[in-house]
Design a protein around this ligand. Structure first.
Ligand SMILES: Cc1cc2nc3c(=O)[nH]c(=O)nc-3n(C[C@H](O)[C@H](O)[C@H](O)COP(=O)(O)OP(=O)(O)OC[C@H]3O[C@@H](n4cnc5c(N)ncnc54)[C@H](O)[C@@H]3O)c2cc1C
Length: 806
């Protein structure tokens, strides 16, 4: 066994083996995989191993497509059979909402050149005559869908990796991972130690235990999961060719041919957790006792759709464990707080995702960043706030609704509230309907009375009207928006300016009271973040960024060493904020402070520590609504007093609370981008319109990468679109994000944010397009159907910025 390696992968399931394979494929041959038992000893060996390409998230679709196409190539490369069957998959829509979802996915598939399209019921009947198509509204076909052999695939990755120099040691449990003073690791096993700069945790069902060896807590929870295989079904046998699998997701089951029988798996409502206090170390190729009663409802749904399921006896039941994260996506990436430790844990569709997941992991480890924005998979989206209790509640919800549609803007209630700020009860009493953001409850909109909840769907929902009223109130008079979700930091000390200048691309403000906007540049030269930095004192800066990206940004901040005597500290929990905006905001705030808020004394992009209603606040004259306004940041213990004072002062002007959905609408009216939607590491500064904020006369993090990408012409450009009134009225739907954009039948881009612009009276969308200019007519695929739209020359609200600066 090697005593040193470029990386040590822990776990020989399908994911660990794929990571090992891809590390070697990207050029690292000095890599080792350690498996405590045989390969495939966790969830892998007993998986149904169905493979699908489509996913609601575009980047996850890309990864699943890469994976589906890889298996045949892997077989050819390694000579190891992957047991690939690709008879195709039929996706059935029983409801109007499912039809919207599938049509949207088909439109995305067309944009990205993926194989997924609508077929007639007659064609579906020809492909799979065993299905009862009664009540089916539409059918999509994915010709590459099917299943693989789980052991075959895992071994093929292992063979491929070994062929490029990797070592695999079976029956070699990792008993300790110890970080050394120089940041490298010693991985301990009974057969000896290995020194390495990279530990990769791919320990599947034991991901929690292995992470703990390095002092890392992962929010994961295993559950039981069952499928059964029938005896020979005469119609299956008689059919001759292999039948396409059936994705009847409204029935919460999956179904495919297995031998001459059928395989049916179910995500039942009455789900069962396993190993709540830790996965037993002596568990390997084990299963749980059958419990078909638990999945009876799902079985009945399957039998109704495919009567043949009920006609044959049950040959085999598999009841095995799988391990889930709170949102059922993998927890992936370098642990932000621990150097050289990479996690890839909590993988549910391992066979649909193994290839792309291995590739993304290898890119992240070797190249420092993935080619696609993988924030949806980044372990940094959770933190210690995702407690065991929260994780269990979410996993229960995710499992029982595995195939339920996740609607745009949907906020599921399981596990909440996880964390609340002092004004939570006050906002609740005011009618706030809350959303979850990094564990915090925050108001989305305000109903007439307490207790309202969102309805969900792809079309305009119950909040559409009230959000419009909030926007109009703010633009006509004023509104008070809780912005405590923003990430807040203080950088203090003699080296603060130098350090911030070395991290961020823009020049930091020189004068006290001045603010600047600045991008953070990613390893490949894209936009890793957008921040507002304010100099609040000679050697003290206040930094505001995206709340959801706070843990993600840690990875960047730690790359530049802090000068001695200088500190950089998160104030996100300790401080809260409100944005008071609208034409009357100045008058409202002036009632509460003796400081002059007149433009000549307090112009746009200036800041000051002031006393407001007797409370110390940092006031910044900025506003994400695009309107006249101030951001006010105060200590968390003062939040309730400040809120009461603002609400009370607003009453005289008929102004009141406004939620984040209204803020979203107003920032789109102004054409402002937002992190994770418009701004992402996938986009270059000049594609996003932030290149003028990159100052190349100084050094900053990833400057060379930014310089390099800026030499290239833009691939796509961020634009604002106005959707045709008649089309959106007919569908009763606005864009929400992710909809493809076509021009003359050609896919030219996609929507990143969509909303109704209530105060400009237009349905709007921000998005990226190529080969299109302002004034061009295009089609946006809202609900998967073409909606006419035009690319705007300028934002419909205050394009000249007069209101903002007024
Ligand atoms: C009943 C069932 C049906 C499924 N059907 C499908 C399906 O149709 N399609 C699909 O895509 N997915 C399916 N899955 C999910 C799929 O099985 C998983 O996504 C996948 O197997 C996860 O692989 P993994 O490599 O992450 O983890 P695992 O398979 O759990 O592998 C982890 C490995 O790490 C090893 N290990 C742990 N601790 C140590 C240590 N300390 N030292 C060394 N080695 C260690 C373990 O022995 C194990 O071999 C199904 C799962 C179940 C339970």
């Amino acid at each position: 066994m090697r005593t040193e390696a470029q990386a040590v992968v822990i776990g020989g399931g399908v994911i660990g083996c794929s990571i090992l394979y891809h590390l070697t494929k990207l050029g690292w041959s000095d890599v080792v995989l350690l498996e405590r038992d045989e390969l495939t000893s966790g969830s892998t060996w007993h998986a149904a191993a169905n493979i699908h390409g489509l996913h609601d998230s575009t980047n996850i679709s890309r990864i699943q497509h890469y994976t589906m196409n890889l298996y045949n190539a892997l077989e050819e490369e390694t000579g190891q059979s992957c047991g690939v069957f690709q008879p195709g998959s039929l996706y059935l829509a029983q409801t109007e909402e499912r039809e919207h979802q599938l049509r949207l996915q088909a439109a995305k598939a067309k944009l990205y050149g993926m194989n997924f399209y609508e077929i007639s019921i007659e064609e579906a009947q020809r492909l799979n005559p065993l299905v009862n198509y009664e009540g089916i509204r539409c059918v999509m076909f994915e010709p590459d869908g099917g299943n693989v052999d789980p052991s075959g695939v895992t071994n093929a990755y292992a063979v491929g990796a070994r062929q490029r120099g990797a070592e695999i040691h079976r029956f070699t449990p990792v008993t300790a991972t110890e970080q050394q003073d120089d940041g490298t690791w010693i991985v301990k096993t009974p057969k000896g130690d290995i020194k390495t700069p990279w530990v990769v945790n791919a320990a599947g069902l034991w991901g929690r235990e292995v992470a703990k060896l390095a002092g890392i807590e992962l929010p994961l929870q295993p559950t039981e999961h069952q499928y059964f295989v029938t005896e020979t079904v005469s119609d299956v046998q008689a059919h001759g060719t292999r039948l396409p699998s059936v994705s009847d997701r409204d029935g919460e089951y999956y179904l495919r041919q297995e031998g001459n029988g059928l395989l049916v798996g179910a995500y039942e409502k009455d789900m069962k957790f396993w190993a709540e206090d830790g996965t037993p170390l002596d568990f390997a190729h084990d299963l749980f006792p059958d419990d078909l009663e638990r999945i009876e409802e799902n079985m009945m749904n399957a039998i109704e759709r495919l009567p043949a399921v009920g006609e044959a006896g049950i040959k085999r039941v598999i009841n095995g464990p799988m391990i889930w994260s709170p949102d059922s996506n993998v927890l992936m990436g370098p642990a932000p707080e621990v150097d050289g430790y990479f996690c890839c844990n909590g993988v549910i569709p391992g066979f649909s995702q193994s290839g792309g997941m291995g590739l993304m992991a290898a890119q992240w480890i070797i190249e420092g960043e993935t080619e696609y924005d993988m924030f949806a998979w980044d372990m940094a989206r959770f933190d210690t706030w995702a407690t065991k209790e929260f994780t269990k509640a979410k996993v229960q919800d995710q499992y029982a609704h595995r195939f339920a549609i996740h609607f745009p803007n949907e906020e599921r209630s399981a596990g909440r509230p996880a964390r609340v700020r002092p004004v939570y009860e006050t906002q609740k009493a005011m009618g706030a309907v809350f959303g979850l953001n990094v564990g915090w409850e925050h108001p989305l909109w305000f109903a007439d009375a307490p207790g309202a909840v969102d309805t969900n769907g792809f079309t305009r929902q119950n909040w559409w009207g009230p959000v419009g009223e909030e926007c109009k109130m703010l633009r006509d008079r004023a509104g008070i928006i809780d912005i405590s979700n923003f990430a807040k930091y203080i950088c203090k000390g003699p080296g603060a300016a130098d350090w911030l200048n070395a991290v961020f691309a823009n020049n930091m403000p020189k004068a006290v009271g001045r603010s600047c906007l600045t991008p953070l540049i990613s390893k490949r030269g894209g936009i890793a973040g957008d921040f507002t930095v304010t100099r609040v004192a000679g050697d003290e800066f206040w930094i505001i960024g995206s709340g959801m990206a706070e843990r993600y940004h840690k990875r960047f901040f730690k790359q530049v060493p802090l000068p001695a005597g200088t500190t950089f500290e998160s104030k996100t929990e300790a401080m809260c904020g409100f944005n008071v905006a609208g034409p009357k905001s100045r008058e409202i705030l002036q009632r509460l402070t003796n400081e002059s808020l007149a433009t000549e004394d307090f112009p746009f992009m200036r800041s000051a520590n002031i006393e407001l209603a007797g409370i110390e606040v940092l006031a910044l004259r900025v506003s994400f609504t695009g309107d006249l306004g101030w951001e006010l940041h105060c200590a968390t213990e003062d939040q309730a007093r400040l809120y009461d004072a603002l609400i009370e002062a607003g009453k005289e002007f008929d102004a009141g609370p406004v939620g984040s959905r209204a803020l979203m609408s107003m920032r789109v009216e102004k054409g402002y981008g937002s992190w994770s939607r418009e701004y992402s590491p996938e986009y270059w500064p000049h594609e996003v319109g932030l290149e003028r904020l990159c100052k190349f006369e100084k050094d900053f993090l990833n400057k060379e990468a930014a310089q390099k990408v800026l030499e290239n012409p833009v691939r796509e450009q961020l634009v604002l679109l106005h959707l045709d009134e008649a089309d959106v009225t007919a569908s009763n739907a606005d864009a929400t994000g992710g909809e493809p954009i076509f021009k003359d039948g050609e896919g030219i881009g996609r929507v990143t944010s969509g909303t109704y612009g209530y105060t400009v009276g237009r349905s709007l969308a921000l998005g990226y397009v190529k080969n299109a200019q302002p004034g061009d007519e295009v089609e946006v695929m809202v609900l998967g159907r073409p909606h006419k739209a035009v690319i705007l020359h300028e934002p419909p609200f205050d394009a000249a910025g007069k209101v903002l600066r007024g």
